[in-house]
Design a protein around this ligand. Sequence first.
Ligand code: HPA
Length: 246
Amino acid sequence: MRPLAIIGGTGIDDLEGLEVLKEHCVQTPYGEPSRPIQEGRLGEHSLFFLQRHGSPGAIPPHRINYRANLWALKSMEVGAVVAINAVGGITESMRPGRLVIPHQVIDYTWGREHTFDEGQEDKLMHIDFTEPYERGLRMELLAAADSANIPHEASGVYGATQGPRLETSAEVQRMARDGCDVVGMTGMPEAALACELGLPYASVCMVVNPAAGLGDLPLTLAMMQDILLREAAVVRQLLNQLLRNR
Ligand code: HPA
């Protein structure tokens, strides 16, 4: 089985326990990825790790070179990609501290380099994106969460917004009407680019705040970071279990 790659989001700068054996500085036709890709071992398993915000986490969601990141991972011949995303919760059950394995996406981003199709190929890249997350990989994540007794939401619709600002309360209300359960800024075009490259891709979302207008407190980074720290430990537990089950 080809190794797994993890794309770390806010709060996951390194994979604790990963014995880094190599750092790959990959050049792609689209420029450089956010950071050199770490190749290493976690227990008995080979693993690749890329932090999408770079290091020390300074690249904002709308400036991330998603194409270079995915292309570079593909060139490492990884078998699948698990993305970690911090999100705001819209649906009542998606409270801060909750893990969500989303099953659908609604894309509200704009102006990002969102495809590898630059019109130079003979055929159009009308990829089938009916299911944005690969079913088998999602099932593996759900099984890992179950076997490690990690409370989670087994499905959810991820609304991807442009950022870097947070949403207005009216935008969140509209997203709720659209059927979004969580809101984040980095889920797209990442998922679609992985699909274009034929890379099985799924996401683990950490709810770090109630979405705008839904909580009692003003949204601050400090409040999100507090929860992120705690949830990042649970995500690591989940990833460890995922690897053990492989
Ligand atoms: N909105 C968008 N992105 C986010 C949020 C949010 O409330 N929380 C964490 N990432």
